[in-house]
Design a protein around this ligand. Structure first.
Ligand SMILES: *[C@@H]1O[C@H](CO)[C@@H](O)[C@H](O)[C@H]1NC(C)=O
Ligand SMILES: *[C@@H]1O[C@H](CO)[C@@H](O)[C@H](O)[C@H]1NC(C)=O
Ligand SMILES: *[C@@H]1O[C@H](CO)[C@@H](O)[C@H](O)[C@H]1NC(C)=O
Ligand SMILES: *[C@@H]1O[C@H](CO)[C@@H](O)[C@H](O)[C@H]1NC(C)=O
Ligand SMILES: *[C@@H]1O[C@H](CO)[C@@H](O)[C@H](O)[C@H]1NC(C)=O
Ligand SMILES: *[C@@H]1O[C@H](CO)[C@@H](O)[C@H](O)[C@H]1NC(C)=O
Ligand SMILES: *[C@@H]1O[C@H](CO)[C@@H](O)[C@H](O)[C@H]1NC(C)=O
Length: 688
């Protein structure tokens, strides 16, 4: 009986000209169906039938859709149809440790997706249209970068996206085993993975399965109650979209099957076209030829390397640099961008070197290039490995690192250009513009959010080590963004393990740092406390000019707090126009963060809650210096350094005179910090 109905239904489908247009798709490789696929962007079908969505070019998108529209919805009742699909993919990152962005199985109203952006938008949407119901977009993303703004759960997840890049539901990539345990799957392993996406229009249920085998797993890893009827239009295009960003991965689709008449046929992974570099070794001949070819290539590459390194010792590319990833800028490009590093393009002197403004020749992107001189190769290698990872940090309150370049002894770091420069220019030394209170409070909240991200919200704890007004950059809308994160570490690596270098800036150094030499999230909070007081008071943490005795801002604020006249310290340039409640909140919080006892300082999570008004501050605030009975405390260190400072040429515009690096053993409290071993540092050595 049911056979009968099936047959009838089948006949009905055949006679219905619209619905019958799509027979089941079964593409175990794409070489015979190139005319059935519409490709754009970087997507190509390679000779062996593999569909490559992107290549190793930065910031590109690749789209591949089935060329005809498919009927996804019943026009008479507006109800979407069920569908089922299976596809095999492989993501090959440029470097195993550094992954580019992912790709998405996509059902959309267009096969070109005009206006869609690469990077975290996966070639699907852009910042303005993401989230708009008029997009009519359904996608299952296989995402390999954790994007904070898009609330990504990790850098290896599967998510369901409805009209938006913020996933409706997502789970870490894994496959379900028979005995109902899950096994983590690395999407970026470079090996084929099969995915199944099924939509049941009766149960309104979307299910996603993943496996590194050909057999369809019994249980889904992701299932989501969803009625796609309002998302779909009657006719939609179905296919794949992917993108690269600063870091790249190559995305391959090895085979695809799709059905609207029941479960799509699973693909047999071993019979699909093989990935480049993963040649099947059925025959010894292929193996032999491949080995020989590889050997020859290695030989040629090695010889070229040897010869070129012999020829010009000046700019040798070392093997480990190739390992770091693709975001290396060429020196020529940066030279052109900064008009040959001419002085007119100089934005300022950072603690580690000069900063130039530039415009990238091809894209007209404005950039800031920091030129650091460095002679120790060892430290540089480790440092670059680190920035490769830091380059993946993304948060609206962090200045984005775009890339780097090495030229002889110099390291060039490329950042987003921040229109309004650094915060210190707005606070000290007769600034041209006086920031209003709302702007200051917004900057403070922004920096707190960026620092919280570094401390607690990224996959590993990042300690900034050099929080100060000069390292807070302001974008075109005067939002505060932290720059230079992780950079202080470059000078932390000393070839002699006995000496410890403390890197930081006078007035922002937590007292325990000078003893232990070990930066912590607590020492960042201390520096953040100094920053809070600065922003409210419009004064530097330590002002040697306020003679006869230099002014220590935290002492002054504490003094006024005790005497009940705390609002006296607020920057007079605000002309009394500020929110008193907020000002007191920030000052009080500044005192709490400036506590000499590390465990008396609130963690950034708590700081952010106080600032957002989610939690009230405690009534009482402990004296910042209640804890130290000994002579080692921040202010003391500050004073001693100030004495030294007078023997060096001082220009208050130059951050570098206030960036200090201590050499010496601070384990012994009898050795006074700031003794002869304290040397000023502009980052180790002078750049020519
Ligand atoms: C692919 O395209 C060819 C020619 O355009 C057509 O005859 C064939 O039916 C298509 N195959 C599929 C599976 O759509
Ligand atoms: C990679 O894709 C880009 C964008 O479509 C293209 O311009 C470039 O030539 C491709 N590179 C290679 C090596 O195929
Ligand atoms: C579309 O909906 C109408 C009305 O509910 C129904 O009669 C028809 O069978 C449906 N068509 C398909 C192809 O499901
Ligand atoms: C975003 O995409 C839409 C199309 O979906 C396009 O009309 C719009 O111009 C794009 N916006 C930007 C800023 O590129
Ligand atoms: C959504 O997109 C439509 C058409 O592009 C546009 O008119 C509308 O303003 C957008 N809505 C929002 C909230 O951006
Ligand atoms: C998920 O999609 C459903 C249906 O469109 C919607 O009601 C719900 O708010 C979405 N959830 C999230 C977290 O976006
Ligand atoms: C589940 O099955 C896998 C592979 O079949 C096996 O390695 C694992 O030990 C099993 N786990 C349990 C809890 O039975």
């Amino acid at each position: 009986m049911s056979q009968m109905i099936k047959l009838l239904l089948f006949l009905l489908f055949l006679t219905n000209p619209v619905f019958s247009q799509l027979d089941d798709l079964y593409f175990p490789g794409f070489n015979h169906v190139t005319s059935n696929m519409s490709l754009n962007g970087a997507a190509v079908i390679e000779k062996n039938g593999i569909l490559r969505l992107t290549n190793n070019t930065q910031h590109t998108v690749g789209h591949a859709f089935y060329s005809s529209p498919v009927k996804f919805r019943n026009s008479s009742n507006g109800k979407s149809f069920s569908f089922s699909t299976a596809f095999a993919f492989a993501i090959v990152p440029e470097n195993p440790r550094i992954r580019g962005h992912g790709f998405a199985f996509t059902i959309s109203t267009s096969k070109e997706l005009p206006g869609a952006l690469p990077s975290q938008y996966l070639g699907l949407l852009n910042a303005t249209d993401s989230g708009n119901f008029s997009n009519h977009l359904f996608a299952v993303e296989f995402d390999t970068v954790k994007d904070y703004d898009l609330h990504d759960i990790n850098d290896n997840h599967v998510g369901i996206d409805i009209n938006s890049m913020i996933s409706n539901k997502s789970v870490p990539a894994a496959s379900f085993l028979v005995n109902s345990t899950t096994k983590d799957l690395n999407l970026c392993s470079g090996r084929p993975i099969q995915a199944w996406v099924d939509y049941d229009s009766i149960k309104n249920l979307v299910e996603v399965r993943l496996s590194s085998f050909s057999k369809r797993p019994v249980s889904p890893i992701l299932s989501c109650k969803l009625d796609l009827s309002p998302i779909f239009k009657d006719y939609m295009y179905v296919g794949f979209s992917s993108s690269t960003g600063l870091l790249t991965s190559t995305h391959y689709i090895l085979g695809w099957s799709f059905s609207m008449k029941g479960e799509a046929k699973s693909l047999s992974l071993p019979s699909l076209p093989s990935l480049p570099g993963h040649k099947k070794n059925h025959t010894g001949l292929i193996l032999g030829v491949t080995t020989l070819a590889t050997f020859l290539i290695i030989l040629i590459v090695a010889t070229t390397f040897y010869l070129s390194s012999k020829k010009k010792k000046a700019d040798v590319t070392e093997a480990w640099e190739l390992d770091i990833g693709p975001h290396r800028f060429s020196y020529q490009e940066l030279k052109k961008a900064t008009k040959n590093f001419r002085d007119e393009e100089l934005l300022g002197f950072g603690g580690f070197g000069k900063v130039y403004k530039g415009t990238l020749p091809n894209s007209n992107t404005e950039i800031a290039v920091k030129r650091i001189c460095h002679e120790s190769k060892q430290g540089l290698k480790e440092f670059l490995t680190e920035i490769a990872s830091i380059g993946r940090l993304r948060h609206r309150n962090l200045v984005r690192l775009l890339g780097w370049c090495r030229q002889q002894g110099d390291l060039l770091l490329v950042y987003d250009f921040m229109t309004n420069g650094s915060l210190d220019k707005f606070l000290f030394d007769n600034p041209k513009t006086i920031l209003k209170w709302e702007q200051r409070f917004n900057i403070i909240k922004g920096v707190a959010s960026g620092l919280l991200y570094l401390h607690e919200e990224w996959e590993q704890t990042v300690i900034h080590r050099d929080i100060k007004a000069g390292n807070v950059l302001l974008d075109s809308e005067l939002n505060g963004r932290l720059g230079d994160f992780g950079l202080a570490k470059l000078y932390d690596r000393n070839s002699n393990p006995i000496t410890t270098k403390v890197v930081g800036t006078l007035g922002y150094l937590a007292p325990e740092l000078t003893r232990t030499g070990k930066p912590t999230t607590g020492s960042d909070v201390f520096a953040f406390g100094a920053l809070l007081l600065e922003v409210v008071c419009g004064r530097k943490p330590i002002e040697p000019k306020a003679l006869p005795e230099e002014l220590v801002l935290v002492d002054l604020v504490w003094d006024r707090w005790k005497s009940g006249s705390i609002l006296d310290v607020v920057d007079p340039r605000l002309n009394g126009e500020f929110n008193e409640h907020e000002a007191v909140l920030v000052l009080k919080l500044g005192l709490m963060c400036s506590n000499n006892a590390p465990n008396a300082r609130p963690p950034m999570r708590q700081v952010a809650r106080y600032l957002e008004g989610e939690v009230a501050l405690p009534e009482l605030v402990a004296a910042p210096n209640a804890y130290d009975g000994k002579n080692v405390n921040a202010n003391k260190v500050g004073r001693e350094l100030v004495d030294h400072k007078h023997s060096y040429p001082i220009s208050s515009n130059l951050e570098k005179v206030s960036t200090w690096s201590f050499d010496g053993d601070y384990g012994d409290p009898d050795i006074e910090a700031g003794s002869d071993s304290a040397l000023p540092s502009s980052g180790g050595s002078e750049c020519k």
